[in-house]
Design a protein around this ligand. Structure first.
Ligand code: NAD
Length: 688
């Protein structure tokens, strides 16, 4: 049995306590119990009204998503809400913790809503490829107007109590005791019903609605469920209530079982699982209250912004005083942007600025609980820093490197405490990107890795645990993908053709636009470092080297794979196209055109094959971890569920032949992953 509802009496008001630990998910048992209790309240003449409240730490934090893959068991949520709205007695929703999705829709079915000060409310359904299906699209516009409803529903935004009160999403914020104040509110409504569905929809300015719509469509890449959500919000008040609710429900039911929603549920559960890492049960992490960061370049400054924004005192060290000055300006600007956008309160912004200490001496790190190194990507430089940190850091301090590719074990070996060393691989910009790879070296203790996972949580990041290996999970797979795209240039495609095909597939950006954005010189430097040890049998594409030699380092030099006009818009470059065609000629490759489908298949085959190798080598513990990495760090379309979820939906034979072609194109030394082992059973499980 998953959940129940208790009834306690407070004079003439029934307090219905929803009890389904840990977050009171709206399971079928909860719905059944609610319906029984509502009938009980209705039948009891001594009761004048009721309060709905959650047991434990939350109201209903959302529906039970595990039920969403199956036909939904009756009673469904709209039936429960109809019973409340059809009751002759007033119902008050008393919200604390989270009232999200079906939880907030239940509250919208009540006659009033009161929330504890720290509550968040909202309708996050769109983040899962569906729309609110129990009245959300029809009722929220009646409280906040259509423009605001579109933006709240399409982004799935969570709204805190004070803001929810300001917008009209709730009627009151409890001052002292939520339950008591909710009971008093129910009593004050005695004999009255004030159903949200009967309210008129306030008139918004058409230009506000238009602005909210185009913003929502652009942000969500015009996915079908976003268009559906907008359509239903727009229908509110223009069609009858029953018709509006029925149409919303029908669309919800269709979207719920569509491939996109299934993929989004997969990635939702995959993220939750990744958060737990891959460690024995019961390992406890260390306490951490302060951070020290070595290297105040792009990454060091942004990591400092991330720790400061979360309230941690942070010492930032760099041997170069100009780098420190630049970092200070960068961090201050980012914090101020946080305050202006409302992400940080003015107080939190001031505190963050005061919590920053900039120094040139490593010695100042002696009291820090967590030390993160973000100096140049050079093994000996990093080993030098770690040897010094070993001498300075207090016992039990966590020592982490932000290396993108280097060997964590060789870095740890520069210390006398390799058990305390892990990788914390942030993505750029580090205060914005969600992903954090937590890398366990051969000697990293479980405690240190657990602490790494806890750091991710404290910084609001999505962790994925990885083992030590060149490029870990993400950069290793991305390197194979980028190489496959470079092969396509030599074979006959042009950068804009590859980029457009992969954007059409769903990637946020094409690989060559990404390269121009991050700068071609980083990979160039790495290729130079690896030149002596490179496998001579591996196919090597020299096009990016030629571009770098010409000073075409990407957007920062105004030219890379593309030329950039004065407004920063990319244009095809005749120079680059010459370089590409000369590269094909030099290898005797007869150029031919590649259509979008071939480009997509070749790129995906490279990703899937490399992902298979990453799993075989146990760099990643779970296929779903790879999905989480690519979706959160590399712009892989979330609505396809990640590359391995996507792979499991494909024709296995066709994919196997694509992977064979992909490895053959990469040269004789490229290994093929065992796709049957990778996808045979996965595929059957997932599509069942
Ligand atoms: P950067 O060149 O912008 O900054 C490096 C900073 O380290 C410089 O300010 C330099 O003065 C300082 N430094 C070098 N040696 C030092 C020492 N011994 N003591 C103190 N300070 C020292 O580099 P970045 O782009 O910030 O990258 C830093 C690390 O993060 C690298 O390992 C890189 O691979 C990794 N990384 C970078 C990105 C990215 O997109 N830039 C993403 C993830 C990880």
């Amino acid at each position: 049995m998953s959940g129940t509802v208790h009834l306690e009496r407070d004079g003439d008001v029934a307090v219905l306590i929803i009890d389904n630990p840990p977050v009171n998910a709206g399971s079928s048992d909860v719905r059944k119990a609610l319906l029984r209790r509502i009938a009980e309240v209705e039948a009891d003449a001594t009761l004048a009204g009721a309060v709905l409240i959650g047991a434990g730490k939350s109201f209903i934090a959302g529906s039970d998503l595990r039920e969403f893959d199956l036909p939904l068991e009756p009673p469904q949520l709209p039936q429960v809400i109809e019973a409340i709205e059809g009751s002759s007695k007033p119902y008050v929703a008393a919200l604390h913790g989270a009232a999200l999705g079906g939880g907030y829709e239940l509250a919208l079915g009540c006659d009033a809503r009161i929330a504890a000060p720290e509550t968040v409310v909202g309708l996050p359904e769109c983040t899962l490829g569906i729309i609110p299906g129990a009245g959300g699209t029809q009722k929220l516009p009646r409280l906040v107007g259509k423009a605001k409803a579109i933006s709240l529903i399409c982004t799935g935004g969570r709204v805190s109590s004070p803001e929810a009160l300001r917008l009209g999403m709730i009627d009151a914020v409890a001052e002292t005791d939520l339950r008591e104040e909710a009971v008093a509110l129910a009593r004050s409504l005695k004999g009255r019903k004030q159903r949200v569905i009967e309210l008129p929809v306030p008139k918004d300015k058409p230009e506000d609605i238009e602005a909210a719509t185009s913003k929502a469509v652009a942000a969500a890449r015009n996915r079908p469920h976003i268009q559906a959500a907008i359509r239903h919000v727009m229908a509110a008040g223009t069609v009858g209530a029953c018709e509006g609710l029925a149409a919303e429900r029908a669309e919800f039911q269709q979207l719920r079982v569509a491939p996109e929603a299934k993929a989004l549920r997969h990635i939702f559960f995959a993220e939750r699982e990744a958060t737990r890492g891959n460690l024995p049960a019961g390992v406890k992490g260390r306490r951490f209250e302060s951070f020290g960061i070595v290297g105040a370049g792009t990454m060091g400054a942004d990591i400092a912004t991330a720790t400061l924004q979360r309230g941690f005192p942070t010492v930032l060290v760099d041997s170069n005083s100009e780098a420190l000055a630049r970092a200070k300006a960068r961090i201050t600007a980012a914090i101020e942007r946080g305050v202006t956008s409302g992400k940080l309160s003015v107080d939190a912004g001031d505190r963050a600025k005061c919590n920053l200490v900039l120094v040139s001496e490593l010695q100042s790190l002696e009291d820090c609980d967590v030390l993160i190194e973000a100096v140049f990507e050079d093994l000996e430089t990093k080993r030098g820093v770690f040897a010094k940190l070993d001498a300075i850091a207090k016992p039990g301090a966590l020592l982490a490197t932000n290396t993108s590719y280097l060997d964590i074990d060789r870095i740890a070996a520069a210390t006398t405490r390799p058990q305390d060393v892990i990788g914390l691989h942030f993505f750029s910009p580090a205060h914005i990107m969600k992903l954090l790879e937590v890398i366990a070296g051969a000697e990293s203790s479980h405690e240190a890795v657990t602490t790494g996972l806890a750091i991710a949580k404290a910084l609001g990041k999505q962790p994925v645990q990885a083992s030590n290996g060149f490029g870990f999970i993400g950069n290793r797979i991305y390197a194979a993908y980028r190489a496959a795209c470079e092969f396509m240039l030599e074979d006959g495609a042009l950068p804009h053709e590859v980029d457009e095909a992969l954007k059409d597939f769903g990637f946020a950006m094409g690989p060559f636009a990404v390269a121009d954005m991050s700068g071609l010189d980083i990979a160039w430097r790495m290729r130079q470092q690896q030149a002596a040890t490179r496998d001579p049998a591996a196919r090597y594409v020299a096009i990016p080297d030629r571009l770098c030699e010409m000073g075409r380092l990407g957007r920062k030099t105004g030219a890379g794979y593309y030329d950039y006009d004065e407004k920063g818009r990319p244009q095809r470059s005749a120079v680059v196209e010459d370089v590409i065609s000369m590269a094909s000629d030099a290898k005797g490759i007869a150029r031919r055109s590649l259509d979008a489908r071939e480009i997509q298949r070749r790129a995906m085959a490279a990703i899937v094959n490399e992902a298979g190798l990453v799993l075989e080598e146990e760099i990643a513990a779970r296929a779903s971890d790879i999905d989480v990495v690519l979706v959160n760090g590399y712009g892989f379309p979330r609505w396809l569920g990640g590359p391995l979820y996507w792979a499991a939906q494909q024709d296995l034979e066709e994919l196997a032949s694509d992977c064979a072609a992909s490895t053959a194109a990469a040269g004789p030394s490229k290994r093929r992953a065992d796709l049957d082992a990778l996808l045979g059973s996965e595929s059957r499980n997932r599509t069942a």
